[in-house]
Design a protein around this ligand. Structure first.
Ligand SMILES: Cc1ncc(COP(=O)(O)O)c(C=O)c1O
Length: 377
């Protein structure tokens, strides 16, 4: 892939984008202009199609990073008297709990270690125990570790109990299959700068029409009210407040490339090949993956930090960066780790190259003990 001389971002968004996506930002758009509003509408239609939601669901775009859309979806769809069940196995699940606290919505959690996923039976038990729960909020790929949670099974449990499901699919949407017909949900949140390979700056929330129709007046915030955003867009074709025009144009170009590549199955297959190539190469160097392979999503991989006393992440990071690759720090509280993203406009060749950059860095730093201590023994 032609990427120029910029370092390759092996981070889960912002990520490395294609030249065509970046070139789409080379013109200005008027927010009132029909051409711009047609572009927004076409993005929304394509986003709904990714989850086969045409007819039952609508897409509401929102300015801001992904968290803004998570907060907006929770605030819009959970009534002030509602209560949300959050299965927690990582940082982004914890963020949902924090958001609910800010919003003053009642919440209860199922706490699971970060290297395991919540069993659908645990969700079922929690719903049976507490009938006051109105919604389940589930992170699909928990990017804090890279674990893939069993979304479809949890969606079916929620549906069986008549609870609304709100999915944070920020790092999986477009790469891992989600189909509303088998994974019923009230809302699914994604963002421009993740697996659709646009640039960061807006979220998209796919919402079940009937759930949105009943959500008037729930939101605590004007700017975050997806009901209002949708109603205004329906009436005028426009975003309520200044839209991120260049982000929208880049996302249009990125979705065109997504469709040309073969949509979600092809994108997921490329990321899976990236992930496989990365893990095999890093394991040959002696690195140990944090998660069991069966739980690993092909999105981002957490590696244990080398046990060698010469290892320090800041130095390691700078040296790998000088070779053209930007890594990501770990997000675990108990263990020292680092992460490498598999997503973006990159292919297995970049993964082979980053493994080679890491190998040269280990030699430069004099790191011999690459595995963590428990594995070394
Ligand atoms: C699963 C998940 N949820 C939420 C977010 C938050 O998105 P943002 O950092 O764009 O606010 C991210 C970001 O990577 C994510 O991976």
């Amino acid at each position: 892939m032609i990427l120029g001389n910029d370092p390759i971002l092996l981070t889960p968004g912002p990520l490395t984008t294609s030249l065509a996506t970046r070139q789409a930002m080379l013109r200005d758009w008027g927010s009132w202009d029909t051409a711009f509003n047609t572009m927004t509408a076409s993005i929304c239609a394509d986003v709904v199609d990714v989850v086969q939601g045409a007819g039952s669901h609508v897409c509401v775009p929102l300015q801001g990073s992904g968290t803004f859309s998570v907060e907006a979806a929770l605030g819009t769809l959970v009534p002030r008297t509602g209560k949300v069940l959050v299965p927690v196995n990582g940082a982004y699940c914890q963020r949902i709990v924090r958001i609910l606290g800010y919003l003053g919505r009642a919440c209860t959690t199922i706490d699971v270690p970060e290297d395991r996923f919540p069993a659908p039976q645990q969700v079922e038990d929690a719903l049976l125990r507490d009938p006051s729960i109105t919604h389940v909020a589930q992170v699909h790929c928990e990017t804090g570790t890279g674990i893939l949670n069993p979304l479809q099974e949890i969606a079916q449990v929620a549906a069986r109990h008549g609870k609304g499901l709100i999915i944070d699919a920020m790092s999986s949407f477009g790469a891992i299959a989600i189909d509303v017909r088998t994974t019923p949900f009230d809302a699914l949140i994604a963002a421009s700068g993740k697996c659709l390979e646009g640039v960061p700056g807006m979220g998209v929330v796919v919402i079940r029409k009937a759930a949105l129709e009943g959500a008037q007046g729930n939101s605590h915030s004007l700017a975050m009210d997806l009901y209002d955003q949708h109603a205004y867009m329906q009436k005028t074709g426009q975003w309520r407040f200044t839209p991120p025009t260049h982000v929208v144009a880049a996302l249009r170009a990125a979705i065109d490339q997504f469709i040309a590549e073969g949509g979600q199955p092809a994108r997921g297959a490329r990321y899976a090949a990236n992930c496989r190539t990365l893990i095999e190469g890093m394991e040959q160097l002696g690195f140990k993956v944090f998660l069991d392979r069966k739980l690993q999503a092909p999105i981002i991989v957490t590696f244990h930090a080398p046990a060698d006393p010469n290892y320090a992440f800041a130095d390691f990071y700078q040296r790998v960066r000088a070779k053209g690759y930007i890594l990501y720090p770990g997000k675990l509280t108990q263990l020292e780790t680092f992460r490498v993203g598999c997503i973006g406009a990159i292919d297995p060749n970049e993964m082979r190259n980053v493994v080679s950059a890491v190998a040269r860095t280990l030699a430069e730093m004099g790191i011999r003990q690459v595995a963590p201590l428990a594995q070394a023994a």
